[in-house]
Design a binder for this molecule. Structure first.
Ligand SMILES: Nc1ncnc2c1ncn2[C@@H]1O[C@H](COP(=O)(O)OP(=O)(O)OP(=O)(O)O)[C@@H](O)[C@H]1O
Length: 353
């Protein structure tokens, strides 16, 4: 179990981490998601013991690892870390790199452990190669095999897919899902890409400016973002401003120009009473066109302001009331045309504007 409580780190007068707390049960895969500079790597470095906190505590299985008074060195924490650049030793062969931390085992046990790990990472044929003879994806697998060799209690990964091409990233996401299930290690994984994280994380922890903005299992977080910022990160890029929001039947209603638009509820913790207007945010996959839209409790019309062909679909800029946003549609439309779409009020995330 990893417990981070009240963790604060000041660098150059700034709070890079500010009173941050995380409680992670054994075996959980948690992904820290957030933009560049929000403090993700600093958090990993603190957990690894490569840096010391200014306040707060880190405990592993109940034992204090970092606090203002105590710093357990990295090699005594049972933690391993995989870095963005893999950091493989260039003069060593893959088998030796993976077996490096296993000097305490006899030769036969060490060789067995190394070959098990190479098989697990599907690089069993590469044991005699040097890092320079491997592709980026293969190097990445070696780095993970090395990190798993000593069966650490916690595995830390800092943007491990960032140097791989798009196709390999997708493949590795699937493999991670499988791997993390098999090894049963507690995993703390840093990425700036919430989609990458949502494919294998038990929990997403969204960070912003050194603090946690929202956390939860990926499906909850993607379907109920608690702030405009998390909604943006989750891809809710359609923004509709509604004036005069007010309760209505089962939910709420507001005006976009002369059209009434329903929404289910305000996002968690956001008061409607004080809001003069509401920002409704929608994920593109919530919009329906044609007959499908008739079944939904919202039907909204917009005027097409511009269109752009984007390979088998069109990016259409729409004006609805005073709001302008762009959507992708699978059909051609022309400037000035009125385009109607539907969405369910339950799928909209609403925030005070
Ligand atoms: N040694 C340092 N000296 C000065 N500022 C630092 C130092 N280390 C980190 N920072 C600052 O702390 C903030 C958080 O950095 P950190 O590397 O943790 O962010 P990050 O979320 O991991 O970003 P990225 O995704 O770009 O790696 C940044 O504003 C960074 O400039």
């Amino acid at each position: 179990m990893l417990e981070v409580s009240g963790l604060t780190r000041r660098i150059g007068g700034n709070n890079v981490l500010a009173d941050l707390s995380i409680s992670q049960p054994r075996g959980e895969v948690a992904c820290i998601v957030g933009p560049s500079g929000c403090g993700k790597s600093t958090l990993l470095r603190l957990v690894a013991g490569l840096d010391a906190p200014d306040a707060g505590e880190i405990r592993i299985d109940g034992e204090v690892m970092s606090s203002e008074r105590r710093m357990v060195p990295t090699h005594r924490r049972s933690i391993n870390m995989v870095f963005q650049d893999y950091a493989l030793w260039p003069h060593m062969r893959v088998g030796n790199i993976v077996g490096y931390g296993l000097a305490h085992l006899n030769r036969a046990d060490r060789e067995k452990r190394v070959s098990d790990l190479l098989r697990l990472m599907r690089i069993e044929a590469l044991g005699d190669r040097l890092p320079s003879q491997l592709s980026g994806g293969q190097q990445q697998r070696v780095a993970i095999a090395r990190a798993l060799a000593t069966s650490p209690r916690i595995l830390l990964l800092d943007e491990p897919l960032s140097n791989l091409d798009v196709q390999l990233r997708t493949e590795m996401r699937l493999e991670f899902a499988d791997l993390f299930r098999k090894v049963e290690t507690t995993v703390l994984y840093v990425t700036h890409d919430p989609l990458e994280a949502s494919s294998f994380a038990d929990r997403l922890i969204v960070m912003r400016k050194g603090q946690i903005e929202q956390q939860g299992d990926p499906q909850t977080l993607f379907s109920a973002p608690s702030s405009e910022w998390v909604a943006m990160l989750a891809g809710y890029d359609i923004r509709l401003t509604l004036e005069n929001p007010r309760p209505d039947q089962d939910g709420f209603i507001g005006n976009a120009g002369d059209q009434a638009v329903r929404f289910g509820a305000m996002a968690e913790g956001q008061p409607l009473a004080e809001a003069k207007s509401v920002l409704l945010m929608l994920h593109p996959t919530s919009l329906r066109f044609g007959d499908e839209r008739e079944k939904l409790d919202n039907r909204v019309s917009g005027t097409v302001v511009s269109t752009l062909y984007e390979g088998r679909q069109w990016r259409v800029s729409l004006k609805v009331g005073e709001s302008r946003f762009s959507i992708l549609v699978p059909f051609r439309c022309s400037v000035g045309e009125v385009l109607a779409f539907g969405f369910s009020s339950r799928d909209a995330a609403a925030f005070p504007a």
